[in-house]
Design a protein around this ligand. Structure first.
Ligand SMILES: Cc1cc2nc3c(=O)[nH]c(=O)nc-3n(C[C@H](O)[C@H](O)[C@H](O)COP(=O)(O)OP(=O)(O)OC[C@H]3O[C@@H](n4cnc5c(N)ncnc54)[C@H](O)[C@@H]3O)c2cc1C
Length: 395
């Protein structure tokens, strides 16, 4: 008889031992140390610095950076795996950590050897928290329109202006700040700086009163002739937008990973609840309309993960990731929002209660469609890529 069984082949998506180990470390930490208190921290809008310190002890605060700089020396893919696990328990901590890793990337990719060896080891160790300050009241999606001024002084720069919505604002030890040395130069005037909280003329302004991820801090930053030495300029004058956009392309992969984790958690809760809740004499999971909700969510979460993994693998292989990371971020955040909203629906009235976690998932998911480039902006990036590719093919 001819066997119809599929011959055993290696799983093309199998994780290496190292990847499994970092994922398991993150999962165990997230389930044991984040999940039990996340609802309380959300309710109190409280960032708990000790949890970041703990992630540092576990080697989770600098996964994709080299060991000689205190990092774990692992791939960006491994970082994405860890980020999914943390977000599955606590989206706020995942986003705070993701921005920390993003700020490190600006320094790692564009800093001098002296800047890297001075700034990165405390960040990879989890003793110093990073922030990435690009958005201003008048410059959100149009980041190139930023107006925070960097006036040259004898031995550095004086920064004047305001940033808003800065994740980790008020808690961070290292701020990567984007300013312009000359607004008349447009994008070519934008320059990146590292600013520490003790800088004279730099103060943390009001804290953002957020809808979701309320255990992750975000604040306004105010600069009034804040003096930054030349040694703390990242890259050359005029290279700032390259620093920001290049780093954000990678940062979007971890946002996608976090959204995959949130979607996964929402689906798990919805499936469990549907299997327990009885109406009309049977569980609601036995109703086909509820099954369709769960099945659609499962497909979308799986697709989010595959897009995320593809972008991360591409990055590790040194490929161009602009379109791939935008696709992953856009799809995974739209999916997280849809699945979290559907989870509330599956719970019915109980889903609308703050006593159950699915309403938090819904609030937490919304922000990801906005930050690190709104999903409209991701669509522009993807479309631009398509048009350029077509142009190349037609030449
Ligand atoms: C929770 C949270 C955390 C954040 N953390 C940080 C941080 O750490 N650092 C930082 O620098 N910033 C941060 N931000 C800011 C975030 O990056 C901006 O909110 C985002 O880039 C959008 O800018 P905006 O809010 O000014 O909206 P706007 O740019 O004013 O956009 C408003 C709406 O118009 C749409 N839109 C704008 N331009 C176009 C266009 N050309 N085509 C189609 N639609 C368009 C947008 O998609 C959006 O829907 C954070 C924001 C949030 C909500």
């Amino acid at each position: 008889m001819v066997s119809t069984a599929t011959p055993t082949r290696p799983d093309p998506f199998a994780l290496s031992e190292e990847e499994r180990s970092v994922r398991d470390t993150a999962r165990e930490f997230a389930q044991r140390e984040l999940a039990p208190t996340v609802a309380q921290r959300d309710e109190e809008e409280r960032y708990e610095r000790g949890l970041f310190t703990r992630m540092g002890e576990l080697g989770l605060t600098g996964i994709p950076y080299p060991e000689e700089l205190g990092g774990a020396g692992l791939s960006y893919f491994a970082w994405a795996l860890a980020c999914e696990e943390i977000a599955a328990a606590d989206m706020g901590m995942a986003i705070s950590l993701s921005v920390h890793v993003l700020s490190q990337l600006c320094i790692f990719s564009h800093g001098t050897d002296e800047q890297k060896s001075r700034l990165l080891p405390p960040m990879t160790a989890g003793t110093h928290l990073g922030a990435f300050a690009l958005t201003e009241p008048g410059a959100g999606s149009d980041a190139a329109a930023l107006s925070l001024a960097a006036r040259r002084t004898d031995d550095g720069y004086a920064l004047t202006g305001t940033k808003v919505w800065i994740t980790n604002g008020g808690e961070a030890d290292i701020y990567v700040v984007f300013a312009t040395v000359d607004r008349s130069h447009g994008p070519e005037g934008i320059t990146a700086f590292v600013v520490t909280p003790d800088t004279p003329g730099f103060v943390v302004g009001s804290h953002e009163r957020k809808m979701g991820i309320r255990d992750s801090p975000a604040a306004e930053l105010v600069f009034e002739e804040a003096l930054v030495p030349e040694a703390d300029r990242l890259g050359a004058e005029g290279e700032g937008l390259k620093v920001a956009l290049g780093s954000l392309a990678s940062g979007r992969i971890s946002i996608a990973a976090a959204c995959t984790g949130l979607g996964r958690a929402a689906l798990e809760h919805a499936t469990r609840y549907a299997s327990q809740r009885t109406q009309f004499g049977r569980t609601i999971a036995e109703q086909e309309m509820i099954q369709a909700i769960l099945a659609d969510a499962a497909v979308a979460v799986e697709a989010s993960r595959l897009l995320t993994w593809r972008a991360a693998r591409l990055r590790d292989a040194g490929g161009s990731i602009n379109a791939a990371s935008s696709m992953a971020k856009m799809f995974a955040s739209d999916t997280a929002m849809q699945v979290a909203t559907d989870a509330v629906q599956v719970y019915g009235g109980a889903g609308y209660s703050r006593d159950n976690p699915v309403e938090r998932f819904m609030r937490d998911a919304k922000g990801a469609q906005i930050y690190e480039g709104s999903n409209q902006i991701q669509r522009l990036i993807i479309a631009q890529h398509l048009i350029e590719e077509q142009g190349r093919a037609d030449r």
